[in-house]
Design a protein around this ligand. Structure first.
Ligand code: ZN
Length: 308
């Protein structure tokens, strides 16, 4: 399955990732029972993180994108891997605010003021991380600023989630454009004109999704053709490959057990003796993992054994 077009323009001035994440964002809304506003924020972060993860070199490289603010949404966090798998959560999935004066969901208001931190785990000794203050908390602008400030790269994100009248995801997706080192002046001008006049990405998605009889690849190219219709031929993006961004949580009983062991012997003993066991839920997908009193006692013995 492909839902992402990767391309470069004919002059080699910029690269582009164009994605339709409607199914992915619907999955996230279902798992987290998220309000339309929470779904819009989480969906934008998941889409942005998915695109950024595809830029990682190795399939098991990981990237964490963490928006932490003082608004009622609290925090939106997503983790992506180089193979295109993403997962994420929002601290307050019940968040609800009046629409903005332009009729849009107030994602920036839901996050308030705060910081965006990006952590890249490339399998090296130390993960790399960069932090910036929110520009607007509307996600796309913040990720654009992050690339400019932390990675010194001229990048532009467009991210959108459109919620239907039934409160479910009508469409969601995003576009990422990054200038390459030898970008031509004409390409920069063409992109500035495009980005300055482009309708919301969800509008292009909605119109293209309405076209019948397209393959997945044909759909993505049709979406690109619609968005870049007025860009001169030499700066028009050709397709390099198709990729997929998909929801997948990689939690497991083993990982939960390791996490539980870090709380220490005293707390484990209390759980074993007073609660006769422990139940841990995955923040990302809601899966529950139950550990019996005997398992907790075993864990305590193992930790003790390791210390001798
Ligand atoms: Zn999980």
């Amino acid at each position: 399955m492909a839902n992402t077009l990767v391309g470069v323009d004919h002059s080699g001035s910029y690269r582009i990732y164009l994605t339709d994440t409607t199914e992915l964002v619907q999955t996230a809304q279902d798992i987290h029972h998220a309000t339309p506003l929470a779904t819009a924020g989480l969906g934008r972060v998941l889409t942005g993180t998915g695109i950024m993860s595809l830029l990682l070199k190795k399939e098991d490289d990981r990237m964490t994108v963490n928006f932490r603010g003082d608004g009622p949404a609290g925090q939106i966090l997503a983790v992506g891997r180089g193979d295109g798998c993403v997962k994420g959560y929002i601290a307050n999935p019940d968040v609800d605010l009046p629409l903005k004066s332009n009729g849009k969901l107030d994602v920036g208001g839901s996050l308030g003021d705060g910081e965006l931190t990006v952590i890249k785990d490339l399998g090296l000794k130390e993960p790399w991380s960069g932090t910036i203050a929110f520009v607007s908390g509307e996600i796309a602008e913040d990720l654009t600023a992050y690339y400019y400030v932390s990675e010194q790269q001229n990048t532009s994100f467009a991210l959108g989630v459109r919620i239907g009248t039934d409160s479910r995801v009508e469409c969601a997706g995003g576009m990422f454009i990054q200038m390459l080192p030898d970008a031509r002046e004409g390409a920069i001008e063409a992109l500035e004109a495009l980005l300055g006049s482009m309708p919301p990405i969800t509008e292009s998605l909605r119109q293209t999704r309405g076209q019948a009889g397209l393959s997945e690849e044909g759909y993505l190219e049709s979406l690109r053709d619609r968005i870049f219709a007025d860009v001169p031929a030499e700066y028009f993006p050709r397709t390099l490959e198709f990729r997929e961004i998909r929801w997948q949580c990689d939690c497991s009983r083993e990982k939960m057990k390791s996490a539980l062991a870090t709380i220490g012997i005293k707390d484990l003993r209390q759980l074993a003796e007073e609660d006769k066991g422990a139940e841990l839920g995955c923040q990302f997908c809601g899966s529950k993992y139950r550990f019996s009193e005997a398992e907790l006692t075993d864990m305590i013995e193992t930790i003790k054994g390791g210390k001798q």
